[in-house]
Structures are given as structure tokens and as C-alpha cells.
Design a protein around this ligand. Structure first.
Ligand SMILES: [Zn+2]
Length: 91
């Protein structure tokens, strides 16, 4: 479950674990129960994920070694867990 950062006007930032479906709904501060507003710590990550991933894979094609151990994107790319993609062979 992804974590989202909110900021309370009085108590400061806090993180909330919730499902993606609830991502945009407001959260309450765990300290004072005031409604807090969402903070976007990494702007556009979700939106940029797809094109950026494509660029990375293009680099990997020439680099020859997918960095599966250092990158934590496995959740989005389950097919990369097992055998190597076909394009690795073709180059
Ligand atoms: Zn608060």
C-alpha cells in the first residue's frame, strides 16, 4: 500500500498509508484530528512513471544488465521478475 504525505497546519507533515483509490481524499491529522491537506513530495511521479520507465529500459538494452536488485519498480513490472525480455536477446 502506498504512503501519502499530508501536512497539518498545526502539527506539520505526517504520512498516511492508504489505497490508491483513497489517495485524493483528505486525511485527518493523527495528533489533533484536524483535516490535513495532501502534500506532493514527488511531483508527477505517477504520471511520469510510464515514459521514464521506457527510457530506462532503452538504456538497459545497451547496458546489458537490468538493475533488478537496485530498482524497486518490480511491483509495476511483474514480467521482469523471471526470464529476460525478448529484446535483450535481439541485440
Ligand atoms: Zn495536527
Amino acid at each position: 500500500m502506498p504512503s501519502y504525505e499530508f501536512v497539518c497546519a498545526d502539527c506539520g507533515p505526517f504520512e498516511v498509508l492508504r489505497s490508491m483509490a483513497q489517495a485524493s481524499s483528505p486525511a485527518q491529522c493523527p495528533e489533533c484530528d484536524t483535516q490535513a491537506r495532501r502534500v506532493f513530495t514527488a511531483p508527477g511521479v505517477a504520471l511520469l512513471a510510464a515514459p521514464r520507465r521506457g527510457a530506462l529500459e532503452r538504456e538497459e538494452r545497451s547496458a546489458h544488465e537490468p538493475e533488478m536488485t537496485t530498482r524497486k519498480t518490480g511491483r509495476h513490472m511483474p514480467h521482469r521478475h523471471g526470464a529476460r525480455p525478448a529484446w535483450v536477446m535481439s541485440h
